[in-house]
Design a protein around this ligand. Structure first.
Ligand code: ZN
Length: 245
């Protein structure tokens, strides 16, 4: 499994960048996890849009779905140009029926419901879901293939359930949207120390921090995470290929 961060920002993208999203590949199957602002542009640095096989959405905040409309338009334009692709499956939860309905667009994309504590096969990946603690319903996601697993917290504040869900993951992509001084003051997100504690308690092999704030020095967040986690930890790097062999 290869994982490439496409965007690492929460809220909105910095110049020439994107909000949280990852391209996950195995045996030529390409799955996008979340599709926020700037993601469609970033994605084309790595694959052609028609090479995309599936999309998984954690929740319906704009910084995770803003480019779904652009993705749908890219498919309809290719269709009008005489190069149609099969309907692209977009997996999302149905707790917000209005948002879920928007995942289906003409013959171009098809919304498919996912549910907490369930499992679905997406290409070569077995994908499982765990509810997080966030102002809107949100699912953390685990991709497993060939005995290797990658866990994405999506957006969340501290949750004991996530410790169980992420147990022994080979890599944990944890949100770390808060500096320590904002811990407990900004609901729905984790500080660096909490991401580190999550990684430590879940005994993951590697921790990567994402969904970062725009202000301050994010190396401070990594520093706090490293105080809690004894394994390797880093800030997610756009374009870096994280390989699970
Ligand atoms: Zn959110």
């Amino acid at each position: 499994m290869n994982i490439i961060p496409l965007g690492i920002w929460g809220g909105y993208p910095k110049a020439n960048s994107a909000t949280s999203s990852f391209l996950i590949e195995q045996d030529g199957f390409h799955c996008l996890f979340d599709c926020g602002s700037g993601v469609l542009s970033s994605l084309q640095n790595y694959i052609a849009l028609e090479q995309l096989d599936a999309v998984v959405i954690s929740h319906y905040h704009a910084d995770h779905i803003a480019d779904i409309g652009s993705l749908q338009f890219s498919r309809i334009i290719q269709y009008y140009l005489g190069q149609p692709s099969p309907a692209l499956p977009i997996y999302g939860h149905k707790q917000d029926k209005e948002q879920f309905a928007k995942l289906t667009y003409k013959e171009q994309t098809q919304g498919i419901e996912i549910q907490e504590h369930s499992s679905v096969q997406i290409g070569p990946f077995t994908v499982t879901f765990c509810p997080t603690v966030h102002p809107v319903y949100c699912l953390a996601v685990k991709f497993t293939v060939n005995g290797k697993s990658a866990v994405f917290t999506a957006d969340t504040e501290w949750s004991d359930q996530l410790v169980t869900f992420a147990q022994h993951a080979d890599i944990l992509f944890s949100e770390a949207n808060l500096y320590e001084e904002h811990l407990g003051k900004s609901p729905g997100h984790l500080a660096g120390s909490e991401a580190g504690t999550l990684a430590q308690q879940a005994s993951v092999t590697q921790l990567v921090l994402t969904h970062l704030p725009h202000h301050g020095d994010v190396s401070d967040i990594l520093y706090e995470a490293k105080k809690k986690f004894s394994g390797p930890a880093e800030i997610a790097e756009v374009g870096k290929k994280y390989e699970l062999l």
